[in-house]
Design a protein around this ligand. Sequence first.
Ligand code: SF4
Length: 464
Amino acid sequence: MERKNKKLEWLLASGLSEALYWETLLDGKVQCQLCPRNCTIKSGNFGFCKTRYNQGGELKTAIWGKLLMPSVEPIETEAVFHFWPGAKILSIGNLGCNLDCDFCQNWESSNMNNLQPEFVKYRTPQEIVELAKRLDIKILSFTYNDPVVWFEFVYETAKLARANGLKTLFKSAGFISSRVALKLTEVIDIFSISLKSINPETFKKMSKGILDDVLKGIKIFHKSDSHLEISNLVVPGLTDIENDIRKLARWVKAELSDEVPLHFVRFHPAYKYMHVPRTAIAFLETARTIALEEGLKYVYIGNTYQKGHADIRCRDCGSLLVNRFGLYANCDGITGDGRCRSCGKLQNIVIPSKMNGPRKITEPQVNRKSVWQWSNEDARNLHIEIHNNSNYNKCIVCDHLGETGNLLNREVFNIPGVSEVRMAVGQVIETEKEVHIMHSKEILCQVAELEDRAHFPLEKTCKI
Ligand code: SF4
């Protein structure tokens, strides 16, 4: 029996549930077949990911329903640009991972050694779907730590979400067994796969996984009816290699399609890679040029705020269809049925049956206002964590103001009966000066300024 630290003891003590995809071996051992690692696990031991445990000859999952606080974010945070641009999603994250990347940007939840049980709360699929409905959000995203390792919860929740009219998003590194990948296509509408490197040696070195299995999984997702986008985190010294970028673009075009969007994502220092600088913008632009040269039609740069990095243009007349600044999307160039407003040609963008109309300016019922001034040009997102134990409050309102105090945009988050949730709020244009956050005094709000997307737990938060 392996020696367990306090975190693993907590995992075991907080409950085990039935696991799928495994076989019994001799001597009480089992083989997990959820991912291509196919761990052989002795009784009383965990597999590589530390989420699956052999309890007396039966494989159990130790993470079913053990979730971090859900977040409301724009779909763009998931490197998804061609499905419901600008839509709000409800992101949920769990614990553990079947890869082991030294630069992991979700290391607080993906590596069990860093687990902080006080941030974990047990929730059922029904509660998650109910929360999305209360928040009036139509897309549920399984994200942060890799959802492969919490397959059982993901599948059940996604099935229920679909039955309730929601769309489902799976954000993953795609290191998954082929038959599990196929099973997922039954319940997932959008796959966003972070393909870490197209070079097998680099892939193994950076993630301790096997590239070939990831490529097989991506092909299965692409063959299904689901929407697929691919992203590539460009880590200085690891993946900022022009030949690899070219090879990646060629693979996407040859094995998938030139229509599959490809995102080059800017790295920020994290986990054991705190000494590595952010990716140079010039290299990201070179990567995009190479991928376009190779014939891909939709290539983007993520985690940057430069003009044109994340916009979508009409493939026929070149008009601007979706104009993005960071995580904020303006879809004025596209019609409600997915056509270019200038030339009328149908575009490769999935549009909801009812496109957002002009933004409604509502008069909020609030009695507390906090002003947040943007001060750090690397941090252009806020995460607002809400704890609401009252029935009084119905909404949080965020007004984005420009340099002259003019109102640029108002975001209203309705939170009827929701006791805790987080919300991502980003600068909407370069010259935005401050955000006014308005809510009732019964609500406790904590705010953190973030580079890129949300991470757990939030550090350096302040109460407002
Ligand atoms: S899911 Fe975990 S236990 Fe199962 S094969 Fe993969 S790493 Fe091993």
